[in-house]
Design a binder for this molecule. Structure first.
Ligand code: PLP
Length: 446
């Protein structure tokens, strides 16, 4: 089958804008995930606008949007209540004061009410910053040096965690003891000595590492669902074991809920799975599309910030835009019946796709929970990064992605990203998506 990404007659303006952009912006884009080498080859679609579940590009093509800005547009594009709140705040009050506002306390109270493990919370702007602060806090609290993190996860781009997702696993150590591998040049040597990289979903590997080096380990940093190597769910008992083992060794458990927070449930994936971490990180689900992040957890750990021993600073922390957006977004999310409806729409899509690949005998399976999922084109289950690196069929994913894009369904071209469903998606969107999927998969089988 021959398919053409970005049918040229439908994407002339995107192609032209990319040519102009790359003369002044390295790679033509401002974040790696939008780059040609992240899958948007030969050029990314240039966005014009979004409304609810729909995105329109500069050539006038409309898509049902499951990219959702890579997660933040949980309420859909331009959710009216959030937009109104932000505009009112800017027009009536301002943006940055370098003084606290009462609205910050209100937001902190809402986060604490939604997520019981969070007794105290600090606000910042991005997931990267929240991870950086949290890891620093964990080291300060425990007086220990090392962090365990898992191969294939992504915790932002700060030097201390930007390791381990090597496309060539042969260069990244053995399956049971992966080596820290920098995500590229420019990371200072020596940080690798502070990291232990483990395969995810592997209790034995975690137990062994903690028994071997527990006294030197400050924290285990993990997503509760692996959302940065496609979507991989925790095996039954895995998160519980992670919690029990970290507690046994006096190691802090940090759950990075940048993607899952306020999305899997109002209480995050930790609420869904009933796991109580020591510290948590939230970002994409929090701000209704505006840049805001939060880190928080046990009061005794967060007290280190209070005493000024661990500095968490930022000119734009808790700025008026972020706070008004997050306050409005959380009010929306807390309305009765919201998640039931989100799950009904999401399950219809995920289960519909799963039934379809089975009916059509496509060697693929759909993995996810509620509004986050991915299709693995693989003939066996994928339980960690190495399985994905060995068995995921990226060429098939590419055909699937192109076929869907050309039928008006947008998601990220990388098999290691996710599809996101928003509160604005409807059953009609799902039915249209399933029709596009049937046509695409049928074509792929020819
Ligand atoms: N942690 C996780 C799990 C993420 O998925 C991401 C971003 O995709 C980050 C941290 C970094 O967040 P940000 O892009 O807001 O810096």
């Amino acid at each position: 089958m021959t398919m053409h990404y970005q049918q040229p007659d439908r994407s002339r303006r995107s192609a032209a804008l990319f040519e102009t952009a790359r003369k002044v912006i390295p790679g033509g884009v401002n974040s790696t995930a939008r780059a040609t080498w992240a899958g948007w080859d030969p050029y990314p679609i240039f966005a014009q606008s979004g409304t609810g579940s729909r995105l329109t590009d500069v050539d006038g093509n409309e898509y049902i949007d499951y990219l959702l800005g890579l997660g933040p547009m949980l309420l859909g594009h331009r959710p009216p209540a959030v937009t109104r709140a932000v505009v009112a705040f800017i027009e009536q009050r301002g943006t940055v004061f370098a003084l606290p506002t009462a609205d910050e306390t209100t937001l902190a109270e809402k986060i604490i009410a939604a997520v019981p493990s969070v007794q105290r919370v600090r606000l910042c702007n991005t997931g990267t910053e929240a991870v950086l602060y949290t890891v620093r806090l964990a080291r300060a609290f425990t007086g220990r040096r090392k962090i365990i993190r898992f191969e294939g996860m992504y915790h932002g781009f700060s030097d201390s965690v930007y390791w381990s997702k090597h496309p060539d696993i042969a260069k990244a150590g053995s399956d049971h003891a992966p080596r820290p591998v920098p995500q590229g040049p420019g990371l200072p040597a020596g940080i690798d000595e502070t990291l232990i990289i483990l395969p995810w979903n592997d209790v034995t590997a975690l137990r062994d590492a903690l028994e071997r080096e527990g006294d030197d380990i400050a924290a285990v940093l993990s997503e509760p669902i692996m959302c940065n190597t496609g979507c991989i769910l925790p095996e039954p008992g895995y998160l519980e074991a992670m919690r029990a083992l970290t507690r046994k060794h006096g190691v802090l458990l940090i759950l990075d809920e940048v993607i899952t927070g306020f999305r899997i449930a109002l209480g995050g994936a930790q609420g869904h799975y009933g796991i109580t971490p020591d510290l948590s990180i939230f970002a994409k689900g929090l701000g209704g599309g505006f840049p805001v992040a939060a880190m928080g957890g046990r009061a005794d750990i967060m007290a280190l910030v209070e005493q000024g021993r661990v500095s968490i600073a930022g000119t734009y922390n808790a700025n008026g835009i972020a706070i008004s957006a997050a306050n409005a977004a959380l009010d929306e999310l807390a309305r009765p019946g919201m998640y039931e409806r989100l799950y009904a729409v999401s399950d219809r899509l995920r289960e519909g796709l799963e039934r379809m690949v089975q009916d059509l005998r496509v060697p693929a399976h759909v993995v996810g929970l509620g509004p986050v999922f991915q299709i693995w084109f693989a003939d066996r289950p994928i339980r960690n990064y190495r399985d994905a690196a060995r068995h995921a069929d990226h060429a098939a994913f590419r055909l699937w992605w192109e076929g869907m894009l050309n039928r008006g369904v947008l998601f990220h071209p990388g098999a290691y990203e996710n599809l996101f469903v928003s509160f604005a998606h409807t059953e009609a969107d799902v039915d249209q998506t399933l029709a596009a999927a049937r046509a695409t998969l049928t074509e792929m089988l020819v």
